[in-house]
Write a protein that binds this ligand. Structure first.
Ligand SMILES: [Zn+2]
Length: 98
């Protein structure tokens, strides 16, 4: 089953390279950690919504310092939360077309 991003305005899907040919990774929600999960959901501006364990966020929503790079694989730090979304333009690296 292909992974896709739970962010509504995000079009990233597993197996499809993004515009700049950046590698997209998908990360599951921290369902075991209620406090952190709440931050993720709050940042997504989706209230009254609980992600399932089949939903993911793509790496586009995390700043570089959210990742640990080991052997060429990006691991999401246990303290990381997503801050980059299509509706937030302050840290966005997206083009204005989006
Ligand atoms: Zn995404």
């Amino acid at each position: 089953m292909p992974r896709y991003c739970a962010v509504k305005l995000c079009k990233n899907r597993g197996g499809t390279p993004s515009k700049e040919n950046k590698r997209i990774s998908f990360y599951p929600f921290p369902l075991q950690d209620e406090v952190r999960l709440q931050i993720w959901v709050d940042n997504m501006k989706r209230e009254e919504w609980t992600p399932s364990r089949h939903q993911y966020l793509c790496s586009e929503h995390f700043t570089e310092d959210c990742f640990d790079l080991r052997w060429g694989i990006r691991y999401l730090k246990h303290t990381a939360f997503p801050t980059i979304f299509p509706h937030t333009h302050n840290v966005s690296r997206q083009t204005p077309l989006l």
